[in-house]
Design a protein around this ligand. Structure first.
Ligand SMILES: [Zn+2]
Length: 236
């Protein structure tokens, strides 16, 4: 094919077109780079902000809840060290063993490693003085809530008598701890469950037998959630 020789005007026009195209390409690339940098900065700021929040909340709760950590020795019966599959809920239980303390119940779970009688545990145990003992890290499952072990945090509450009703100190810690977990893991009211809601087991007894008491518990937790969110905002 023979190439036609361009006129001077055509040659200038072609040169202009090429220049405009080059400028447009560089412009688009610059815009993309700026957008990418803005996105990365936003992500970094967001992550730091979230980490601050979780840490501050955790320290506030340690003070407010008298929370102590005493992890179980890893063993197949109560602390299998299975990784938890995201946290989608909190499950409330009662110990079914009136008068026992948080430490007593921890010993029971620890003892399963040797006794091999059953598979059982929970992440937290709340005692009769309102003391909170964390016995399993939140990165691992506990053996408390059957098919929901994989994605929920379990809280065992100690009880003073056979009615299964929590005393004031235990109740108050259960409300605060549940609310704190809701804030930390962005959970809603419907994510707060009784063991009963999963398997139909009469646990936590009093709050299965008294639906109004359970409704009140949920209401108290959501009220505390609001309070903690305000506290968190003030701290950041
Ligand atoms: Zn239970």
């Amino acid at each position: 094919m023979k190439r036609r020789i361009l006129t001077r005007e055509e040659w200038i026009a072609r040169k202009r077109r090429r220049r405009r195209r080059a400028i447009a390409t560089v412009g688009i690339m610059l815009l993309l780079i700026v957008a990418l940098i803005a996105f990365l900065v936003f992500q970094i700021v967001k992550t730091n902000h979230n980490n601050d929040g979780v840490e501050q909340l955790a320290s506030t709760l340690t003070k407010e809840l008298n929370l102590k950590t005493d992890y179980l020795t890893p063993n197949p019966y109560s602390r299998p060290q299975t990784e938890i599959n995201g946290i989608e809920g909190v499950v409330i239980h009662y110990t079914a063993n009136p008068g026992t303390s948080a430490a007593n119940n921890r010993s029971y779970f620890e003892g399963l490693a040797k006794k091999h009688t059953t598979y059982a545990s929970s992440h937290y145990i709340i005692g009769l003085e309102g003391e909170v003992l964390q016995i399993i890290p939140l990165t691992e499952v506990s053996y408390a809530s059957n098919e929901r072990n994989k994605d929920t945090i379990a809280i065992e509450c100690c009880i003073p008598d056979d009615t299964g009703q929590f005393n004031t100190a235990t109740y108050s810690s259960a409300v605060t701890l549940t609310a704190a977990l809701c804030v930390q893991f962005d959970l809603k009211e419907e994510d707060i469950l009784r063991h009963y809601d999963i398997t139909g087991k009469n646990c936590p007894k009093y709050y299965v037998e008294h639906a109004d008491a359970w409704e009140q518990f949920l209401e108290d937790v959501m009220e505390k959630v609001k309070e903690l969110k305000v506290l968190y905002k003030e701290q950041t």
